[in-house]
Ligand binder design. Structure first.
Ligand code: SF4
Ligand code: SF4
Length: 96
C-alpha cells in the first residue's frame, strides 16, 4: 500500500520473541521478521521503513512490553486557501 507514512515503528530486537503477531496484525503489512537471529535465537520483527500509519495495532498485540515503540508523525498544518478579493470587500476594501 503506497502513501505518505504517518507513523514509524522501532523494535527492540533483544526484547522481541519472534512470535510474529505484529507482522500478522499490521494492516499495511509493513512489518516483517528479520532473517537473522537475536539473543533468544528467534527471528525478530523489524519495520520495513514504508507505509506505517501509526495506528498502534502492533503495539497492542505484542506480548512483550517495550519491544515495540510506535511514533506518530504530526500532520502539517494546512495552509489556508487565499480568500478571493470580492470576499474581502473588493479591490477597494479598507486596509487594516
Ligand atoms: S503502527 Fe500500525 S501501521 Fe505501523 S507498523 Fe504498527 S500495525 Fe503497522
Ligand atoms: S509481536 Fe512483539 S514479540 Fe511478537 S514478533 Fe512482534 S515485536 Fe516481537
Amino acid at each position: 500500500m503506497a502513501g505518505q507514512a504517518r507513523g514509524k515503528v522501532t523494535v527492540d530486537i533483544e526484547e522481541c520473541k519472534g512470535c510474529g503477531l505484529c507482522v500478522e496484525s499490521c494492516p499495511p503489512k509493513c512489518l516483517e521478521l528479520e532473517p537473522g537471529l537475536n539473543a533468544y535465537g528467534v527471528h525478530p520483527a523489524h519495520y520495513t521503513g514504508h507505509d506505517c500509519t501509526g495506528c498502534g495495532i502492533c503495539f497492542y498485540c505484542c506480548p512483550e512490553p517495550g519491544a515495540i515503540t510506535v511514533y506518530r508523525i504530526k500532520a502539517k498544518a494546512k495552509t489556508p486557501a487565499p480568500v478571493p478579493a470580492q470576499a474581502q470587500g473588493g479591490e477597494h476594501a479598507a486596509a487594516l
